[in-house]
Design a protein around this ligand. Structure first.
Ligand code: CU
Length: 116
């Protein structure tokens, strides 16, 4: 009898854990993809200044007809060449302002502002 109760409790626990992990991944995936993206087009970053919360991953997508880079002004991160149609992602964990530019076209500038 005790074994049966233990078995039932274990089953409930398993279902509970699976439900929680599924809910988390679904919720995160649906908001992250739609919200935290910077578009590269017409030799410009859009939005040029982007404010996000710490821990957020920003994805730049090159929708222009030439190669670009996303390179921090202090060289703390760089995408390397982002080919036409390709993307680059970076997660910002620390609050602060991260100005960046394109090394191929120095006139292209942007910044990510990370709030705690
Ligand atoms: Cu460029």
């Amino acid at each position: 009898m005790k074994k049966q109760i233990f078995g039932i409790l274990s089953l409930f626990l398993l279902v509970f854990i699976v439900t929680i992990s599924c809910g988390k991944s679904n919720g995160y995936g649906s908001t992250a993809a739609a919200t935290y993206s910077v578009n590269i087009a017409n030799m410009a970053f859009s939005p040029a200044s982007y404010t996000v919360k710490a821990g957020i991953t920003v994805t730049w997508t090159n929708n222009d007809n030439m190669t670009h880079t996303v390179t921090a002004n202090d060289s703390s991160f760089t995408s390397g060449n982002i080919a036409i149609g390709s993307s680059y992602s970076k997660t910002f964990n620390a609050a602060g302002t991260y100005p960046y530019h394109c090394t191929i076209h120095p006139g292209m500038k942007g910044s990510i502002v990370v709030t705690p």
